[in-house]
Design a protein around this ligand. Structure first.
Ligand code: SAH
Ligand code: SF4
Ligand code: F3S
Length: 470
């Protein structure tokens, strides 16, 4: 049966906002100024979700703090992608017993991908009594009513049923920055890479309507944002679930047509369906950054097949070639998993040689982490942690060397950057990004934040470029 895209009725969101108004009355009585803390783990999708949680909390009358001892409400937005992320969350949630003791009445909520796994929701129920509210990504739109239940009934609330997910429009958003903004264009994932938990916790792929995305992009440009990152687990499948015949390249073109001086970025692209049309569109749309994050995961055809990635090394390399043909200056970054079950010396050598061949500007490398319920979790995995660590170190060394060499090529050149913030350092007090997304430190007046500038690159290392205003 075909999947039917489900939406949350606007009236439901209005109802949530009415709940926000009720909570406002409750928590600001006697002129109180309540504070909330939202702590975010994981990917940009989660950052974007936290901006919605803050949007709701702001409507409820909360100000914001980073200090758990000052907070009346704490929301921990979690990630499940690797064990390390989960251990960090559990450690930090456990430590909240101290702030709750010091501040009786403090409400602690844990949401996001980690608690959408049944065994994790159970674990919190049994072993973390400090937690008052647990809700999965699919319930985020009704966070106000869940919080109100905790406040009114003085009992623990759990809402993380198995769910394919829906699309909810109209949730208030309180963004972190003034220069760069996240813009979700779709949710969920249908790819089921064998190592990955995301499709199980984020539900099926569902696209926002192009008119909703474009309207939000217009608002962002009108509000002065200069750098808009379109978000999805696999933006290249945008539109496949919509009645209208529209794909990701078409969407870029629509956003590019919005008047104003701003950059369009996006992530993540799956190599399985990165098309020539996408690269042509990127090259033709003057606002689209020349950067693609194209996670390859492995250079071995055998492992790619086991991972269920639906491309091989040759197809991947031909996509890189096409991208560079349309945009010779394109910045290419990737994700790689080391130590997938059964990965041999030979497989790993294929990954190294692929990286040498592509010469990535930056690589994000991870040691395989077993995820409960995924197919890879039951595959034989004879190699030790030490073997994997050795490979990981070798890959990191290669990645750093290539990044350093690529950065060196910028020295002496003048590039256009967007100045996006302060570094807190005296010598190079401002941070900025090139069109391709490389980090540039420079010296200048902080009034320049939010502006584009020409910068001459004078020095570099593995991680960043350094320059002066030209
Ligand atoms: N949707 C994105 C990736 C989201 S997860 C995409 O497909 O490109 C971000 C990265 O985490 C992945 O690209 C992968 O490299 C890594 N990752 C995912 N599951 C993992 C696991 N079980 N162990 C180690 N790394 C993993
Ligand atoms: Fe995970 Fe693969 Fe989906 Fe990315 S495309 S979120 S790696 S299943
Ligand atoms: Fe983590 Fe969920 Fe993102 S598992 S990587 S926060 S989609």
């Amino acid at each position: 049966m075909a999947y039917i895209r489900k939406t949350i009725d606007e009236k439901e969101i209005e109802r949530q906002q009415a709940v926000c108004a009720r909570i406002f009355e409750r928590v600001t009585a006697d002129g109180a100024r309540p504070l909330a803390m939202v702590d975010t783990y994981g990917c940009q999708q989660n950052e974007a979700d936290s901006e919605k949680l803050r949007g709701y909390l702001a409507e409820m009358g909360y100000g914001f703090t980073q200090d758990e001892f000052q907070a009346d409400v704490i929301v921990v937005n979690t990630c499940a992608v690797r064990e390390h992320a989960e251990m960090r969350v559990l450690g930090n949630v456990g430590a909240l017993t101290h702030s709750k003791k010091a501040r009786p009445g403090q409400i602690i909520a844990v949401c996001g991908c980690m608690v959408q796994q049944e065994h994790m929701a159970q674990k919190i129920k049994m072993s973390y009594p400090v937690v008052d509210l647990v809700f999965g990504p699919h319930e985020l739109w009704r966070f106000p009513e869940l919080l109100e239940q905790v406040m009114e009934k003085h009992r623990r609330v759990f809402a993380a049923e198995k769910n394919d997910g829906a699309v909810a429009e109209g949730i208030p958003v309180r963004r972190d920055g003034k220069v760069k903004a996240w813009l979700s264009i779709m949710y969920g994932c249908n790819n089921f890479c064998t190592y990955c938990i995301v499709p199980y916790v984020r539900g099926r792929e569902r696209s926002r309507l192009p008119e909703d995305v474009v309207a939000e992009a217009r608002e962002l440009v009108a509000a002065g944002y200069k750098d808009i990152t379109l978000l999805g687990q696999n933006v290249n499948s945008y539109g496949k679930d919509l009645e209208e015949n529209v794909d990701f390249a078409d969407l870029i073109r629509m956003i590019n047509a919005i008047p104003g001086d701003f950059l369009i970025r996006f992530m993540t692209s799956h190599p399985r369906d990165a098309t020539e049309k996408l690269f042509r569109t990127m090259a033709e749309c003057e606002k689209c950054a020349h950067h693609i994050h194209l996670p390859v995961q492995s250079g071995s055809d055998r492992i790619l097949k086991q991972m269920n990635r639906h491309y091989d090394r040759a197809k991947y390399l031909s996509e890189i070639e096409t991208a560079r043909r349309y945009m010779p200056d394109i910045v290419i970054t990737t994700d790689i998993i080391v130590g997938f079950p059964g990965e041999t010396e030979e497989d790993f050598a294929d990954t190294l040689s692929l990286c040498e061949e592509v010469r990535y500007d930056a690589m994000f490398t991870f040691i395989y982490s077993k995820r409960v319920g995924t197919p890879a979790a039951t595959m034989p995995d004879p190699y030790t942690r030490e073997d994997k660590q050795k490979h990981f170190d070798a890959l990191t060394e290669l990645a750093n060397r290539i990044s350093g060499e690529k950065h060196k090529e910028y020295e002496g050149k003048t590039v256009r950057v967007l100045i996006d913030g302060e570094t807190g350092k005296e010598e190079y007090n401002l941070s900025s990004r090139t069109n391709g997304g490389r980090l540039v430190h420079l010296r200048g007046d902080k009034g320049l934040i939010g502006q584009f500038a020409e910068v001459k690159i004078t020095a570099s290392n593995t991680w960043a470029l350094y320059g002066e205003l030209a």
